[in-house]
Design a protein around this ligand. Sequence first.
Ligand code: CTP
Length: 397
Amino acid sequence: MLKGKKILLCVTGSIAAYKAAILLRLLIRSEAEVKIIMTPSATDFISPLTLSTLSRNKVLIDLVYDDVWVNHVLLGRWADAILIAPATCNTIAKMANGQCDNLLLSVYLSATCPVIIAPAMDEDMWYHLATQRNLDLLQSIGNYIIPVNNGELASGLSGPGRMAEPEEIIQYLENHFDAKQSLKDTMALVTAGPTYESLDPVRFIGNYSTGKMGIAIASELSNRGAKVTLVLGPSTEKVPGNINTIRVQSAEDMYNACMQHFDDYKIIVMAAAVADYRPSTVADQKIKKGSAGFTLDLVKTKDILLEAGNRKTPMQVLAGFALETENERENAQKKLAKKNADYIIMNSLNDNGAGFGQDTNKITIFEKSGKEFNFSLKSKKEVATDIVNIITQRINE
Ligand code: CTP
């Protein structure tokens, strides 16, 4: 399954570096094409000659060889995946902080392919909040972390921090590339962010949504090979370049963008916090302050999820969100039925760490069939993985 895959294996200075030779053999045996980068300190643990012989490629350590600059940008573009194994806490910290003092880090910072990290360190370093924060940050910006093992460590202690075994790393890579195929060319539509409903040229009615959750779902769908259109309300969050993003302002704009090619989409996830009401008129000029109070006349916006539920065919899978503050389960289940959705993803503002602007979320997914899936508090990226796992399973049934 790794046949023909281009893997850039990066080795850093950990005692686990000796396992890089075994990992490399397994990669070559799987018929992957492998290039190697080592950090200077990795050469204290394993000889570049061993790795160059096994990979049949020159091992790269420095940015310059005989006055010739190594093109780190092209190395990152060449690879289908960068695998950093073992990854020391020092390299992890530098990656998390965008430092760039060796070839590995400059390749990492310019890479456009997935980056998979297999950490290796002692138990105390693993548990240190700085390391955990760095790993969380790397994961939140799209890197993949292979879980460490529990067991004998270089210090003589026993605990978490051992690099995953080479066979486990190969399995992880295989799963990673398999997952990328699971939604290949499936058309997906995602809405995200708030909507702004204009009142006059300088004011609007809006909400606190940032779009993070919807963007994470769009990214996850795209990682699995789907062709994603993201209809995004006003948001300052970054969107990966491979996602076709339509930027909109109001609920009406969002409705129009969603309905334009609605029948083409097989997966539809509506994560936007759409305004339910808009001002009945939009003043041409700035509304001036009067001496008395001010009453706004509001009219209902179109409910995009409801319309999607009415229009969808049995071939389409439709998921919506329910952000609730009270009677969460009951309200979410009502929305599932009323909007004819296949899934309602419920989150509650009563759960710490869930809701607008947070990097984490805690969800329960209600399925039309009556099934219910409960999840713990996780990063929005992990939550997106859980949601897309359930949708993918359904699509591939
Ligand atoms: N939604 C939509 N269009 C709207 C309002 C909501 O597509 N005009 C979608 C949201 O994207 C979300 C789901 O409907 O997927 C539920 O949104 P929510 O605001 O929780 O519920 P409402 O239907 O607006 O009901 P209420 O505000 O009364 O809870």
